[in-house]
Write a protein that binds this ligand. Sequence first.
Ligand code: NAX
Length: 324
Amino acid sequence: TTAPLRVAVSGAAGQIAYSLLFRLAKGDVFGSGQPIHLSLLEITPALPALRGVVMELEDCAFPLLNGISVSDDPAVAFRDIDAAFLVGSRPRGKGMERRDLLSANAAIFKAQGRALNEQAKRTAKVLVVGNPANTNAWIAIRHAPDLPHDAITSMIRLDHNRAQAQLAAKAGVDVTAVERLAVWGNHSPTMFADWQHAVVQGRPLPDLIGDHAWYRDTLIPTVAQRGTAIIEARGLSSAASAANAAIDHMRDWVQGSGDRWVSMGLASEGDYGLPQGLVCGVPALCRDGRIERVRGLELDAFARRMLDRTVAELMEERAAVADL
Ligand code: NAX
């Protein structure tokens, strides 16, 4: 029998977790032969609600769900974990300035980074979903110096999946036919969905679609504003699609992406002139549990401008929390 993996999920009583937990327990990330233990983290006032989620998980009688534990202490929740989904973060309250939001989250991710540093397995894979995801990941990395490089990543996969679906529909092909798509930058409306290198069966996607005005004036803003459109329609922010993107990100990291490019928020190693250490959405491949950056792509003037814009925003966020 296979030993269970310990998987931590923070924000476990929230919307995204309500979809994510059930798919994890079903085997969507680690595979249908791999049992898991779920280690759930919440803030104290949310523990009663989390109790209800735990009851529902129990009621699914998932064959792969070996056990569930609950805590409001990251040092307990992250003990010996193999993977973590950091979904919980401080939402923007009434009258809260962006700066206050950044610093409230910096405090959370500083504590969680430290707890990971002290408690997680050295092989742990960590995905930050909670916003501002890139900057939260940057903070956690800073406070987890003993974890290997690339142990902590942030999620840009939802933007990647959104762009992939829109491009495939426009080209009239299956979603899986669109390859070499890259989503760069911050998980925010400045993110840049880049079709320049994308291909369908070896054919450049920009040629196949042809309509460059559509790409700039419709595709890019549609993807950037998709989160807002969902809030307007549903009255709640995207949850099932966000959980799905988190599943995709971690599954590809754990099981490999093959030859498919994926987009991940990674600490920069200086490629493309990105400031060292800045956590930025970039194209990557995953092999044998490791992340390989796609390097050396030519960026045209438009792409350069779009990348510079989103990087400027990330640097601003970083500057706002750097002294914490
Ligand atoms: P919810 O407000 O439904 O749930 C968040 C949960 O986190 C709450 O239950 C809350 O009690 C908990 N929490 C807050 N602080 C915590 C802490 N310090 N430790 C542990 N748990 C804590 O939000 P939900 O819709 O689930 O979204 C979660 C986060 O994902 C938000 O920050 C949201 O902005 C972010 N998103 C990120 C996306 C991405 O692509 N990176 C896309 C989807 C989503 O918008």
